[in-house]
Ligand binder design. Sequence first.
Ligand code: SF4
Ligand code: SF4
Length: 166
Amino acid sequence: MGTINVSKEYTLKERTYLPALFQGMFITMKRFIQGFILHKKYTIMYPEEKRIYSQRFRGMHFISVDENKVENCTACFLCETVCPAECIHIVAMERDPATNPYGVRKEKKPLSFDLDVMRCCFCGFCEEACPMDAIKLSRNYELSVLSRQEAIYDLKYLTREVIGRG
Ligand code: SF4
Ligand code: SF4
């Protein structure tokens, strides 16, 4: 089997390390002066202060509800099918035709809808694929949880009122 030589010839400047060392010290001193003397801030006091993210930022998922607080999802499985991370799992059921005010528009509903956010890569494909504008990604980036189980969002969690949906 052949081999290739990937070693690199270093210049005198790189071999002495001194220019890089002084450059690093210069940046440290510059930040020190800006921070302590000029009171310029590079960090924020999170969570009291929060950064403003782009309108296009994709964060925590939610499922929209209609005026009757009924989820807009019709369990069509498009989001589950398109999801590259395979993190959506839906079990569908039929709405009772006798009591369904929506008719064929919402014949089915999710019996369960689980989204494993730890597998999600926030590609937004589920939102794009949804014909009902049901599943959406909000601008809420506060996704930390205390247990693995809490990272699996169920239907109740996904349809709750979320601060920062916009
Ligand atoms: S954002 Fe992408 S990875 Fe995450 S649930 Fe939707 S389709 Fe799957
Ligand atoms: S969220 Fe949208 S795409 Fe996913 S199953 Fe429900 S209606 Fe279909």
